[in-house]
Design a binder for this molecule. Structure first.
Ligand code: FES
Ligand SMILES: [Fe+2]
Length: 428
């Protein structure tokens, strides 16, 4: 390719697009992906353009920006984004980019403001994105209305905030209606973040998600988590024993009495929700299996709610128990670097040091996150070797990984503007 190739001038990733599309067309179903998907900078750029800038992403919780003027920021690759609660009570989402000369507008991760004021030359925006003030030098005919902040799509349900940077995002409302229903017992308007952690993993974001989608590694890696976690969550799972099935039947009857949903629901391969019991005798993901918070969430009357597991591809998994919830957000930072943010939620009225102790609450998932970080980083190191070639996923232990990689391949192909019929996935 010459540097003056007109195609490459229009789209520096044109060749990479073809390579990715071709590679996906030829990929072996139920095998891990070829090496460049995990370590190549151009493939990573396409993941950002075609997945993270086009799909719905989990951004944060509504309880993090509870009142007018509260904002939170995040970075979707090169795209700074801001979510702010307006005077109308609605959450507005914008590119966090000043319309003057493009400075990042809000530099803090969270805060509260009356107006959004650019730190560079103080252009000032209303919470709904309208430009209010652009200095006196722009002249009296300067059209403020032409320089409002650029909006992004925001949807909220069940206390979750999802964003999309696409012009026309994919449909998601059917999942959101179900999410709202499954979280009704938790009264998500009255929760707060008790503890928050962010870790950077030296691994491609897909390795982080792949690792999360299976518990094949749990026995060897997660002693703390296995004090309470059931390694599978479906009575149809080949690993489900009669004892597990009896436990599930008993708990489901309890949950029905409390009108708490538990049924397994899927929305394509992108979203999955199900409530499953924790190990018999435990009610929370703590070292001793006892509640980490004495005040239960929402309208719940028993701490024994198992775990409501919620998956949102490409970037979130979640566990809701009776006493607290743990939500996870994954944001790619580079081809081999990923930010994982974990938030522990409790009832808004729960008092730190009285109802809960942050160190005790976070213990199991801090340990688990660090163990998973090491697994993903070792996975990355091996994949970078010239000896790496795609390896087979287990249909029993790694069906979640198969689903994730199928979802990723299908969305990437579709978003690349290719048709995907050639990829006949093996359906489980
Ligand atoms: S870049 Fe924002 S005011 Fe100048
Ligand atoms: Fe793990």
């Amino acid at each position: 390719m010459s540097a003056f190739d007109p195609v490459s001038l229009d789209d520096p990733l044109a060749n990479a697009r073809q390579e990715v599309a071709e590679s996906l067309r030829r990929r072996r179903p139920n095998f891990s992906l070829p090496q460049p998907f995990y370590n190549d900078a151009r493939f990573f750029a396409l993941d950002m353009q075609e997945i993270f800038e086009k799909e719905w992403l989990f951004a944060g919780m509504t309880c993090e920006i509870p009142a007018k003027g509260n904002f939170m920021t995040l970075e979707v690759g090169d795209n700074p984004v801001i979510l702010v609660r307006g005077s109308d009570g609605a959450v507005h989402g914008f590119h966090n980019v000043c319309r003057h000369r493009g400075s990042r507008l809000c530099v803090k991760e969270k805060g509260k403001v009356a107006k959004l004021v650019c730190p560079y030359h103080q252009w000032t925006y209303e919470l709904d994105g309208r430009l209010l003030f652009a200095g006196s030098d722009m002249g009296e005919h300067f059209d403020l209305a032409a320089y409002g902040l650029k909006p992004i799509h925001v949807k909220s349900a069940g206390g979750y905030l999802f964003i999309s940077l696409a012009d026309e995002p994919p449909a998601i409302d059917d999942f959101l209606v179900t999410l709202e229903h499954y979280l009704e017992p938790y009264d998500m308007a009255n929760v707060k973040v008790a503890v928050e952690s962010s870790i950077v993993e030296q691994a491609n974001w897909k390795l982080v998600i792949e690792n999360n989608r299976e518990c094949y590694h749990c026995n060897g890696a997660h002693p703390e988590l296995l004090n309470s976690l059931q390694e599978f969550d479906d009575t149809d799972d080949p690993r489900a024993t009669p004892t597990y099935k009896a436990l599930v039947a008993r708990k489901q009857a309890d949950w029905d009495t409390q009108q708490v949903p538990w049924q397994l629901k899927r929305f394509g391969k992108r979203n999955r929700l199900t409530r499953t019991p924790l190990l018999d005798g435990t009610v929370s993901m703590t070292m001793d299996g006892k509640p980490a918070c004495q005040m239960l969430m929402g309208r719940l009357e028993s701490p024994d709610m198992g775990s409501l597991r919620i998956l949102h591809l490409p970037n979130s998994w979640n566990h809701f128990m009776g006493d607290h919830a743990v939500v996870f957000r994954v944001m790619p930072l580079g081809p081999q670097q990923t930010l994982v943010t974990t938030k522990w939620l409790v009832h808004k009225e729960a008092v730190e040091g009285v109802d809960y102790h942050p160190e005790q609450m976070r213990h199991v998932w801090d340990a688990t996150n660090d163990q998973d970080r090491r697994l993903a980083e070792e996975n990355q190191r091996g994949i970078n070797s010239k000896a790496y070639e795609p390896g087979p996923y287990s249909a029993t232990y790694e069906f979640g990984v198969i689903d994730f990689i199928d979802w990723y391949s299908e969305r990437l192909q579709e978003n690349l503007g290719q048709s995907a019929p050639q990829l006949q996935m093996v359906q489980g």
